[in-house]
Write a protein that binds this ligand. Structure first.
Ligand code: NAD
Length: 478
């Protein structure tokens, strides 16, 4: 089929590239000329694992093109996917300006029989609104469908190639049949069974918001439990294991941390809150999800300030992880940004490392913070390390190596991704989420190999490989 995809962000570019390698002729359109010029030269505007290869494949087989000329692309297409941003407006509602502008441009050029498919996340009722915009502009009936996207940044390709479901919001059988035919090869080749759920557009629009709000709710729920655990003397990681092994609850999205961010959960929760308000309904749970998350973003800044008795002026603090989650360079609403802003305002000297997101953070903080390409180099002379994203290169990092590089031995783990047990055996102080802090205690004694008791040196810790050697036995000094 001839397909136009409008918007070459995380959703549009991934969608377009996948359709192109499935034998469709795809034109990806964006009004950002720099993005399109870069794409024509093979430079991707975003980091998404594996996307470069699939884009290259589509381009090389002559089925994937890039342009800023929406009218000419749409005029030749049977399907026009709208995948432009729907960011939060000042009121909290979704801003549909980009979508409406794109729909107007499409209306001027769309051939008879072509279908417009909204892939952007849009409030309930947007399908009808966009259909009206297009029909008033082109003076005839145009079919508009909804096909919400459920990909996750960082695993977008796998999510699109092996989706859990495909949701098709349509008003008639013709549109439903065409879209089911489009997705049939993908559903057949997917690793898991993937239902195609055909419904009315309003229910499709609501399905997408409901999914994101549910996931955000799980995160806020476990974060609230984590905060309670700290106060009641329980360890949230044990509690999490205890509940997640219940099949009714499951494991996903129940990891305590520094709060959720990104371009979707925060804005989608608020957009649904706003839709509820517009119809005179108070969505109490959605308000709580958002409020708990905003408070959660303050937990790590508060722990850092409390540790230093409120005075971080001139203190050198290193932050590992800036992206809102691993596998992406996206920093929209990332909790690390809140932390950096607060520590800078309090006079701290900030050094950062992130495998992918530093260029985006530089656009926000410029030269007011120091950027390091090498994670250990960023620790030199540091008085504290804060881990804000659980990139795999940080997970389970050896405390003795941290100690070696840092001036002071303080670690804040905003993702509970370092091994707490290892810190119990180290000469560092370790703060995490929903657990008691581990304070370095110089009076711990270790049982050495020949079982003689020796006092551990305050700053020297043998690298611990617990999975190989098992935990050394420890005895408190009496
Ligand atoms: P994005 O901001 O990364 O990209 C949007 C692109 O659209 C930009 O490149 C912008 O220049 C372009 N654009 C805006 N107006 C245009 C116009 N009139 N013509 C052509 N191009 C135009 O956005 P995204 O993250 O890909 O999200 C797109 C939509 O998909 C949003 O509604 C979002 O909520 C939803 N969504 C996002 C994700 C995700 O993980 N990012 C997942 C599922 C759904």
């Amino acid at each position: 089929m001839k397909i136009t995809v409008v918007g070459t962000g995380y959703v549009g570019l991934v969608t377009g590239a996948i359709f192109s390698i499935q034998g469709h002729e795809v034109i990806c359109v964006d009004l950002d000329e720099a993005k399109i010029e870069g794409l024509k030269r093979g430079q991707l505007p975003i980091y998404e694992p594996g996307l470069d290869e699939i884009v290259e494949m589509g381009v090389n087989q002559g089925s994937l093109y890039f342009t800023t000329d929406l009218a000419s692309a749409a005029s030749e297409s049977e399907l026009v996917f709208l995948a432009v941003g729907t960011p939060q407006s000042e009121s909290g509602a979704a801003n549909l300006d980009y979508l409406i502008a794109a729909a107007e441009s499409v209306a001027d050029a769309i051939p008879k029989g072509a279908i417009v498919v909204i892939k952007s996340t849009v409030p309930v009722g947007t399908n009808a609104r966009i259909a009206k915009v297009i029909e008033e502009r082109c003076g005839r009936k145009v079919d508009v469908a909804n096909n919400p996207e459920f990909l996750k940044e960082g695993t977008a390709l796998d999510d699109c190639l092996n989706p859990d479901r495909i949701v098709l919001g349509v008003r008639n059988k013709r549109v439903g049949d065409i879209l089911q035919k489009l997705y049939a090869p993908l559903v057949t080749s997917a690793k898991r069974p993937c239902p195609m759920l055909v419904m009315d557009p309003e229910s499709a629009e609501m399905t997408k918001y409901t999914a994101n709000c549910m996931l955000a709710m799980k995160i806020s729920f476990i974060n609230e439990i984590a905060n309670l655990c700290e106060r009641l003397g329980a360890d949230v990681e044990f509690v999490r294991e205890g509940i997640c092994s219940d099949r009714r609850i499951g494991r996903e999205f129940l990891k305590p941390g520094a709060g959720y961010g990104g371009s979707c959960f925060p804005k989608d929760v608020r957009a649904l809150m706003s839709q509820a308000t517009a119809v005179g309904f108070e969505a109490k749970m959605l308000h709580a999800v958002d409020e708990v998350n905003e408070l959660q973003k303050q937990v790590i800044p508060r722990k850092v300030l409390e540790h230093f008795d409120g005075d971080v002026k001139g203190k050198r603090i290193t932050i590992w992880g800036l992206a809102f989650k691993p596998g992406t360079d996206d920093i929209r609403e990332a909790p690390a940004l809140t932390l950096i802003a607060q520590l800078l305002a309090a006079g701290a000297e900030i050094h950062v490392h992130d495998p992918e997101a530093m260029a985006n953070v530089r656009k926000v903080f410029g030269d007011s913070i120091a950027y390091h390409e090498e994670k250990y180099e960023s620790l030199h002379d540091s008085q504290a390390l804060v881990v804000m994203t659980d990139w795999k290169e940080y997970v389970g990092v050896d405390p003795s190596v941290l100690r070696w590089h840092m001036r002071d031995a303080i670690v804040f783990d905003g993702r509970n991704c370092l091994y707490r047990d290892w810190f119990e055996l180290s000469s560092l102080t370790y703060y995490s989420i929903g657990q008691a802090p581990v304070h370095y205690n110089q009076n711990w004694l270790t049982l050495s190999d020949n079982n003689s008791i020796s006092q551990e040196q305050p700053t020297v810790v043998a690298p611990l490989r617990i999975e190989e050697s098992g935990s050394p036995k420890l005895l408190p000094c009496v």
